[in-house]
Design a binder for this molecule. Sequence first.
Ligand code: RP5
Length: 280
Amino acid sequence: MAATHTKCRGKYPGDVDRFAVPDDKVSWSVEWPEYKPVDYTAPVVEKGPVWADVDFRKVKPDVPPKYNEVDGKVNRKSFTGNYSIDETGVPRNPIGRTGMVGRGLLGRWGPNHAADPIVTRWKRDSSGAIVTKNDKPILEFVAIKRKDCGEWAIPGGMVDPGDTVSATLKKEFGEEAMNSLEASPEEKKKIEEQVHQLFSHGKEVYAGYVDDPRNTDNAWMETVAVNFHDETGEAFGKVKLCAGDDAGAVAWKELTSSLALYASHTTFTGKVVELRNATF
Ligand code: RP5
């Protein structure tokens, strides 16, 4: 368990410290009376934006939240199974302790659902031949540099209430990586069709908990990661990648195990490498 629960015990984004949780104290089944997690909910969340719940520990709405269910338009179900509710009445992180209670920077109590589009193509040389290493082809994927922490990441985003994962995958990719198309109107139409085709043939590689640095004992990230592979390199050949929204930069990056990525994104890219039988 501890291996999947590392970044969410590390430094919290911003100027807040977590209570330090050693590997052997992650599991809730280990008694730890000395555990004094920091209670933190970021001011931006406390202000009550549309994407956030109220503080259910202090405010008891007439209609209480339906944990472990699809609650109106908000999906409060977890890929990890049914989570429990702690002694303060809010969801308890199914993987273990993080050193922080409250929601930190996350809006929802319990799971906060995201979607991660992993757009890949084969690395090619100037003649167009696929480049190999250790007798296996090399994959490249579209990565963004997150503005909040400067780390490279998959251009994922939150699933808005009522939205589907597939709509979110396409929307987030469009917003964060493909801000403009440099092509003639005819070419543009063709590219848009190819991209549309590509996005209708994704392969899901992961659905579950994310080891995200924003997680707390009561709020955590979950995602569905889907691979969209451009076998010929034509669909994205003329697409000009252009960073937008919360991306500071966007680029085709070689998919190697040595490329450090945000949260547990390397786990998802590793699954794509297995699926496509590429080198890592
Ligand atoms: C990660 O946070 C997910 O895997 C996804 O990439 C991302 C979504 O959060 P925002 O980019 O919207 O902040 O846990």
